[in-house]
Every structure is written in C-alpha cells, then in structure tokens.
Design a protein around this ligand. Structure first.
Ligand code: GRF
Length: 227
C-alpha cells in the first residue's frame, strides 16, 4: 500500500496547537496542511501570551484562537485544566506544543495520554531545557539539530519521534546555529504529525516504533568531512 493511500483512508487528525511566541513552527504546520502534505484539521491555536505573534498567523488562516492567561490561574494544574477544557470543547485528538513555554502537569498529560507532542532545538537527550543551541556551541559538538517527541513528565524527556541533524560550523554563533536548526524544525514537525495521522507510530516504553521506517546507512555524516 502506498503512503498516499494510507493518508487518504484516514480522516484528518484534529489538531490543537499550543504556542507562546512567534509561531514559525505553527506556520510550517499550517503551510504543510495547505500544500496537501499533512492531513490535519487545526481545530484551535491556544496561547498563554495575549501578544504572541503566532495568534495572528492563525487568524490569517481563519483558525480559531484562544488566549489562556497562565498568570490568572492559581496553580499549574488549574491552568492545565483550562487547556484541557478548551481542547476537548474543540474535539482535539492530538496536541502539538510549538514554542509553548509552560511545563505541563499530569492534568494535561493524563487527559491526552501519548497525544501531546513537542519540538526541541537540540538532539535529545543531549542539551534539554532552555538555550540548547548555546549549549551545543559551548560544548564544541560537530552536529546539532532538533527533536520531535511525545511529552512525558520531566523536561524534554519523552519518546523520540523524528530528529534532524545539522552541522555546527566553526564560525557559528547562537543566532546562526538557531536559524539552521529552525529551518529543519519546520520540516520535521509536520512530518512527525503526518506519521501520527497515518497511524504509523507505536509507543513501546520510551521508544517509538515507526511503521515503514525510511533511513539508510548512507545517511551517516562526518563533520568536518574527511578529505
Ligand atoms: C523553537 O526553536 C522550538 O524548538 C522551541 O521554541 C522555538 C519556537 O519557535 N521549543 P516558533 O515560536 O515556532 O517560531
């Protein structure tokens, strides 16, 4: 069976996207849907910051938006309860955190078990948390990258779905490396959501098995290249 057939047979995944800021990853998801590369119905975009530019991106594409102020909630759990209520009201099946700067509690993770994805600008499990790109430069690693994973309690710790690798150049600063990584984030997030939509992800403990895994020995890279 071809991948097109699989995609066609399954309904679009009902997606909720959580953001806090610029929303370029959200934009990459919207663009993939509009190009026909991802079968998803973006049911709602939720931000914990009223001024998040990503909200305007959603509005431009007529996607419903909600602002839920974490500062108005007494506890993380209360905030998560409001997220869950809004996502359920919009009949969301899969939640994609895209630059969402809040830690999620079991209130949210138990409501959507193995149904919350996140993206991190580092090759997990290396450099979790904030400033992963700076940490990569400081450690002198030759490769950096990004990771889409299923969220579990704990910071950037969950079953890995897709990773992309980029070389670190000798004259990189944090900004240049971040831009190179972000370009790949925009490719792998729609890809990971599409694998979910196609029913190709199976979680076994902390590993994700992918039906029809596409990778080859030639994908190995060396930096710097041997002459
Ligand atoms: C990305 O680098 C993502 O990996 C991290 O936050 C950033 C969000 O960027 N979690 P954007 O808001 O999607 O432009």
């Amino acid at each position: 069976m071809t991948m097109e057939n699989q995609t066609a047979r399954r309904p679009p995944v009902k997606l909720g996207v959580l953001i806090s800021g610029t929303g370029t990853n959200l934009q990459s998801i919207i663009d993939a849907v509009e190009r026909g590369e991802l079968s998803a119905d973006i049911r709602v975009v939720i931000s914990n910051r009223r001024a998040a530019p990503g909200l305007e991106r959603a509005r431009r594409h007529a996607i419903p938006t909600r602002f839920i102020d974490h500062r108005a909630a007494a506890t993380r759990e209360e905030f998560d309860g409001e997220l869950v209520a809004t996502l359920r009201e919009r009949e969301v099946e899969l939640v994609a955190c895209a630059g969402f700067m809040r830690l999620l509690t079991p209130v949210m993770l138990d409501a959507f078990p193995d149904r919350v994805m996140n993206i991190h600008p580092g090759l997990l499990p290396a450099f979790p948390g904030l400033n992963a790109q700076r940490a990569a430069i400081e450690h002198g690693v030759r490769f950096a990258g990004c990771t889409v994973f299923f969220v579990r309690p704990g910071v950037d710790d969950g079953p890995i779905i897709v990773q992309a690798v980029v070389p670190v150049m000798p004259d990189d600063d944090e900004e240049r490396l971040s831009a190179r990584i972000l370009a790949q984030e925009h490719r792998i997030y729609p890809h990971a959501i599409s694998l979910f939509q196609q029913g190709r992800l199976e979680i076994e403990g902390r590993r994700v098995r992918i039906c029809e895994f596409g990778a080859a020995d030639e994908d190995a890279m060396i930096n710097p290249r041997p002459r």
